[in-house]
Each structure stands twice: as structure tokens, then as C-alpha cells.
Write a protein that binds this ligand. Sequence first.
Ligand code: UGA
Length: 428
Amino acid sequence: MKISVIGATGYVGLVSGACLAELGHTVICYGRNKSAVANLKKGGVPIYEPGLSALVKKNIKAKRLIFTTDFEKTVKDSVAILISVGTPPLLNGKADLRAVYDVAEKVGQTMAEYKLIVDKSTVPVGTGQKVKNIIGKYYRGKFDVASCPEFLREGSAIHDFLNPYRVIIGVDNSRARKIMLDIFKPQKTEKLITNIESAELIKYASNTYLATKISFINEISSLCDLNGASVDEVARGMGLDERIGPSFLKAGVGYGGSCFPKDVSALKYLADSYGYEFKILKAVMQVNNNQRTVAVKKAQQMLGSLKGKSIGVLGLAFKQNTDDVRESAAVDVIKLLQKQGAKITAFDPVATERAKPNLTKVKYAKTAYQACKNQDLVVLVTEWPQFAKLNWKRIKNDMPKPRVVDGRNLLNPAKMEKLGFEYLSIGR
Ligand code: UGA
């Protein structure tokens, strides 16, 4: 099937476009930015996502993936049009939907025959209906709107798209339903057909539930710090119960990224707009903000005042396997440490360049070893697996007094202590 993706230079758009092409569709990827599109045409991928560059190149070569800045042709040549543009938070927490509505308006002005317009962006309940109304103002013929939220994680986006837990299809008639089922026919997973509103809410409910799980285990970790239990053991014990499950129970400096913080505040805003107080979400946010300070308090526990102290920070990305630093706990922790007077040297395997505009007065090391050398303390804030594999004995020998605050519970406390580190982690 011929499918187009509007907003294909963005994260979800590009991954969705490349993966739909991989499923065998012909995908026309529209982007406004001429130089970004020119770069993509040559297979140049602007983000760090394992496997994406190879997948884009492969599907360009197979002529299933086409990049363009020609909006009219994009609309004309496709049956299904996927809207995949950003919905960043406004200052009050509400999702900014201007980009979605702009696309709807342009599609309505451009289309001349039946199209299925599919919302892939994360949007509040009711957006599908608004998109329908906007298009209907400009185009009087038949068309449909569907919601098909995306559940991919940065760092494992391609795997998540091609092997999803489920495909959610929000439609309001059989024609739209058939097209959506045809698009996802190659996916062997369960397809859940819902109305458009439910599909929109499933995305928010899923992300905010996962964020809740993280804040919950972070609260448990604070209790563990007070009573001698180990949050790793508690999480493992909880996770063995199938009804709870083991994932998203990793305690640490809290969640970040372009999705959880934005979606928690957007759902809270949506509930507020109905006059409904979503109490849990408020607590989830409070706990998450507080987790940033837990790492700083542990640093103070070890060093006393942080004024003038040299601290090596391992990690800048909001999680492993990405160069994304949006709402990164690492960036927040660095700022809090600096506020207490600490001097920071940081290292991240790929996110340094993206982090630089968000920080001041930070020295950037070329290797993790360099970031740790001669420091009063090392604070680990991103769960890159390679940090666990560092030669910690070498790091110990490079520090006048070896001390580590592990904000991601990545290292083994017993091993670190055996090596001679003064070591603190979260809830263990
Ligand atoms: C998240 C969801 O997991 C995806 O299903 C969803 O599609 C995506 O948002 C989106 O809405 O686009 P993502 O933000 O890429 O994906 O990353 P996650 O792996 O979910 O991690 C989010 C944050 O939670 C990270 O900062 C991570 O370090 C933190 N986290 C995760 C924990 O602190 N503990 C955990 O146990 C798991």
C-alpha cells in the first residue's frame, strides 16, 4: 500500500516510515526542512538510533522509502496519510497541538479524493475529532480519520515497531478499519480495534502507567534507604508475580525523555480540563522531581559541602542507547550539583554534543576514564551498559579517595566495596 508520513524527519515519523517500508509498503516521507530531507535522501539519519541508518538505506535502495518536500505529491500519491509531528508541552503542561492542526488544514486543502488520515502523534482525547472537523472545512468529499498510537522506545525503536506488544487501531467505520488492518497485516501481533477516543487515551494511559510504576519503585527505594531492605531484591520479588511483572521497576534518578514527563503533565492537564483531579499523576511528578535530588543528597552524604569539589558525571542522555537529552535526569542532576558549588566533568558515549547547549561550565571528557580521573566523586546518572563494564579497579587507582554515587543502580555494591570504593546507590 502507498502510505505517507508527514513529519518524517522527526523521531517517530522516521522510524515509522522506515519500518512500514520494511513491512513491504511504499512509504513517502514528507518533511518541511529541505536540508534534512536532502540528507535523508542520501541515507543520512539525524538521530542516534541503533539500526535505523541501515534500515533507511536498505529501503531507499529497494525504492520503498521516498523522502520529499513536495506536500501536494505526498498527499496525492498515498491512500493513508500518517500525521507524525511533535506535540511538545506548553508551559501549563497542555500538549501543543498546533503542528497537528496545521497538517490537518493543509491535508484538507490539498486532497481531492478519499484518504485515511491516521494520527500517530501522541494527542489528547478528542484530537481525532478535531482533525476531522478541520479537514471537513476544506474538503467536502469522503475521508476518514484514525488513531494509531506508537509504542516505540528510543534505543530499541526498530525492534519495538517490528515486534510490538500490540497494535492499537482507533477507527469509527469499516472502511478505515480495513485499510488499517491491511497496513498492519504483516504484523503477527494482536490488533485491538477501538474507537478513536479510546486509542488516543490508551497511549497516554500506557505511558503514564509506566511512569507511575517508576515513581512507585522510587518511593519504595526511599523506604529501603531507611530500613535496610534492597530495592533490587524487592523489585525482583514483586516482578515474579505475573500480575505485576518485572519491567519498569528499576529505581534511580527518575524518568526523563521526550515522552513520560510530557505525557504525565498532558494527561493531568486533560483531566483538570474536565474538572477531574487525577491525584496519582500529581504524586508521580512530585516523586520524579524529587528523585533528582536524591543523588545530590547522597553526594553530600559522602563529601559534606560540594563547594569546590570535583565531580565526574557518567552519562548525559536520558537513558541508554540514545543521544537524546530532553528532560534528562543527568542534565538536571548536573545543574543541582553545580548549584551546590561542584565542578563537573561529564562523559557520555554519544549525547555530549546534544547536551552542550543545555549546560554551562561543564568540562566534557573524551572517555569515561578521563571523566573519573582525580575526581572527589563519580556520579553515574545514565544506565549505559558499558559503564558497568568499565575497569573500575583502574578508576579506583585514578581517584585520590574512590567514591561513587550510582544513580541508576547499575553497579554491584558488594564488588564496588570489595574494590575499595565508598559506594552509595538508590535504595540498596
Ligand atoms: C517511552 C515508552 O516506553 C514507549 O512505549 C513510548 O512509545 C514512548 O515513551 C513514546 O511515547 O514515544 P522512551 O521514553 O523512549 O519510551 O523510553 P523508556 O525506555 O520508556 O524510558 C523512559 C525513562 O524512564 C528513561 O529516563 C529511563 O531511564 C526511565 N526508566 C525506565 C527508569 O527510571 N526505570 C525503569 O525501570 C525504566
